[in-house]
Design a protein around this ligand. Structure first.
Ligand code: G1P
Length: 354
């Protein structure tokens, strides 16, 4: 079976971060979120993967994943000139897929469930597609599935105002080549996209079988900053602690903490896990980190408190501030002498002197 990861789109709800890089590259627990999909496919034995890219920053996806060797997979890049929907993106992969069955993973979906069993069942089954469903409290924001009394799938509808159930269709799809003919004849939706849900609905209407698995594990479509902060918290809670850095005397560490090599935790610092700190950082001057906080590589954090937040590579924060529920993008400097509580949503390369 082959794999496809969708890595395009505008990511408008995640501006300003998405002005400078595709949203799927934004780090959660210090790893680009799309790597969740790649690892998931790889763990299910899918090593031949196409990544669909688009937009002026898509070279950053190629820079990160390369030919896939570092990640133990083979990667082919497929360019999408403009984000015209999930079905459109899948349609571009017909040559790559050839005659195989394939799994599609939306690069902004985080799923804490091994998909191996679904892959195996789909490989040996004769259905045209298999989908994953998850009960949610806000089904109107997703594709939604309707089931008949015997449990078979009867309808799939995109973002319905009056959802027939609370079963959201997760952004992971198992498909066969029969989808390509459907996509070729699909009309754009109200949001001017070729929807995957519409393509699946055509399969159902033409009496082709679609199977499904209901997932009870953590799943998140990371559309907004608060989704990312939530996913960060959950992914951190799953990590095993490690410490490859230098820890000076009189440092307090509680809970699970992951510290990369070359990082120094200076005297007087308190870290309350779960917290991840990347490589070559200096944490000092009585800083308080955690819980649910990710600090990237090459950061200097002094005299401040940071919790429930993501700080990306190359940041310098030295400000006496209490920073919560914040996402601070690459190479941001925040320095201040007047402590206050605050929330930041900062893109790359900011300098804030308070
Ligand atoms: C897309 C799909 C939707 C699905 C969701 C899962 O929505 O169209 O059916 O439930 O992904 O992440 P979008 O993120 O494009 O709004």
């Amino acid at each position: 079976m082959k794999g496809i990861i969708l890595h395009g789109g505008f990511g408008t709800r995640l501006r300003p971060f998405t002005y400078t890089r595709p949203k799927q590259l934004l780090p959660i627990a210090n790893v680009p979120m799309s790597q969740c999909g790649l690892n998931s496919l790889k763990n299910a034995g899918i090593n031949d993967i196409a990544i669909i890219i688009g937009g002026e920053n898509s070279y950053k996806v190629k820079d990160y994943y390369g030919n896939g060797e570092k990640f133990g997979v083979k990667i082919t890049y497929v360019e999408q000139d403009y984000p015209k929907g999930i079905s459109h993106a899948i349609g571009l992969c017909q040559d790559f897929v050839d005659t195989d069955k394939f799994a599609v993973f939306l690069g902004d979906n985080i799923l804490l469930k091994d998909i191996s069993q679904s892959v195996k069942d789909f490989e040996k089954g004769d259905e045209a597609a298999r989908i994953l469903l998850c009960e949610v409290s806000n089904p109107s924001q997703f594709g939604v599935a309707q089931l008949s009394s015997d449990g078979s799938l009867v309808k799939i509808v995109e973002k319905p105002k009056n959802p027939p159930t609370n079963l959201a269709v997760i952004g992971i799809y198992f498909l066969t080549t029969s989808i390509f003919e459907v996509i070729a004849n699909l009309k754009p939706s109200w949001r001017n996209e070729l929807e995957i849900t519409d393509a699946l609905q055509v399969l159902l209407e033409s009496k082709q079988k679609i199977s499904y698995d209901v997932i009870t594990h953590y799943w998140k479509d990371t559309g907004t900053p608060s989704d990312i902060i939530d996913a960060n918290k959950i992914l951190l809670s799953q990590m095993e602690p490690y410490f490859f850095g230098i820890r000076e005397d009189q440092v307090i560490i509680k809970g699970n903490v992951m510290v990369g090599k070359g990082t120094t935790i200076r005297k007087g610092v308190t870290i309350e896990g779960p917290v991840i700190i990347g490589e070559n950082c200096i944490i000092g001057d009585g800083a308080y980190l955690g819980p649910n906080t990710s600090i990237g590589n090459n950061c200097k954090i002094n005299s401040c408190s940071i919790n429930n937040s993501i700080v990306m590579d190359g940041c310098e924060i030295s400000c006496g501030l209490k920073i919560s529920e914040s996402i601070i993008s690459y190479n941001t400097t925040i320095k201040s002498n007047s402590p206050k509580n605050t929330i930041f949503t900062l893109g790359e390369d900011n300098k804030i002197l308070l």
